[in-house]
Design a protein around this ligand. Sequence first.
Ligand code: ADQ
Length: 478
Amino acid sequence: MIKVLAVASEIYPLVKTGGLADVVGALPAALHTHDVAVTTMVPGYPAVLNASEEWAIVATLPSFFGGRTTIKRATVGGLDLFALDAPHLFDRPGGPYGDLRGQDWPDNPQRYGALSSAAAELCTGLVHDYLPDIVHVHDWQAAMTLAYLHYSGLPRPKSVITVHNLAFQGQYPPTILGSLALPQRAFALEGIEYYGMIGFLKAGLYFADRITTVSPRYASEIKTAEAGMGLEGLLAGRAASLSGIVNGIDSQEWNPAVDPKLAANFSTGTLGPRARNREALEKRFGIDHDASPLFCLVSRLTWQKGIDIMLEALPHLVESGARLVLLGSGDREMEAAFRQAADLYPGRVGVVIGYDEALSHLMFGGADMTLVPSRFEPCGLTQLYGLRYGCVPVVARVGGLSDTLVDANDAALTLDAATGVQFHPVNAPMLQDAITRAIALYRDKPVWRAMQKRGMQLDLSWTSRAGAYARLYRELLA
Ligand SMILES: Nc1ncnc2c1ncn2[C@@H]1O[C@H](COP(=O)(O)OP(=O)(O)O[C@H]2O[C@H](CO)[C@@H](O)[C@H](O)[C@H]2O)[C@@H](O)[C@H]1O
């Protein structure tokens, strides 16, 4: 068994704000089948510590980033976890990154510096009997682990960093260096310095033995100025160590044949019961009950996700006779705009502002199409959930959305290969065009059914995709 220490700021089902949690939560079980044992280090948020009564203290750090801290270990729902119990940093109401109003915690660099520093200590023998072969850090919140390891000067495990989203980089002014317990010399180009700031993600990308991101297309996009968000130079320089591994989905959590979150279960052989999920959606969102195509959108409401483009294309969707149900939260203005749209198009547009895991399942299980008009998308999971649930994806042709779907163009339709509708460039006219194409396909029932079934039959499970991570680990250890 290869021993991996994963480090992350979210893990499903304990703490989730987005796709990062899904991946971090699903990988350990999938990797187990490839002889890889993962222990995941996460912050001791209340939701984490309250999830078990079996926490065992494995290390005590009397004065750590301003307070008494312990590292605890437990198995929670099959996940082997280390929790960084630092009440002064993590015992707060609100979300993982901010307060109840959505304001980022001002001490986030210290909070995730602490997570990273503690993870580095676990990699260098802090806990008796525990030494990982590989440390695998996710996103900026865990990235600094690799800098702490480097400057410790101690023997260290091989390292992998996975970028789930280059837009979040963790950049802070150099004045906080002292509070991070890193040496002054770390503030250098060959270190954690990034355009005069301290860059958490940059540090991880600089020190990692291997860099992965969550699709091959995104791995190539981020080496260019257009998608590299300022890191393209560093990433292009490290191209030989950079690769893309497409995300899988948790195929137990997302199985329409047995999913308890659906009103009715179904499978490729029996798509009929989807109609009952559709009815449940119509009731829940207070929209018309009719036979017109029903689009859904489940997303963080942000610029990345092209939510403003969706708003622009909404009149076209409604005028085409279709309906939309949207579940999301995020940007306050976007939330308000969608609430207004629901008022403007009663019966045709239904909106739930908030975060609701169960409702998201029902949406993929009942709607006809799932929309993903992202400006950039490292992988994207909602199109995968759509595929699995017979909810045909209509997506921007970027990043992982490009890698995981076959557009229903003439050639793909002739070859029985189409699984969705893609559009590019990412703007409202092209989205409108894609909506029109999707509706036309929907009206051709045999073609539509075939597309639904083709998507449902794809192997999207982590079990097969985790093999790529297992190979990467083995290469590093060879
Ligand atoms: N209001 C709501 N209610 C319920 N569920 C909601 C919700 N809003 C979002 N979700 C869920 O949150 C997850 C979002 O995952 P995505 O991969 O689509 O995007 P995200 O940008 O968060 O992830 C980043 O990391 C992941 C993982 O690598 C990449 O796939 C992605 O491209 C990258 O941007 C999905 O499981 C979705 O169903």
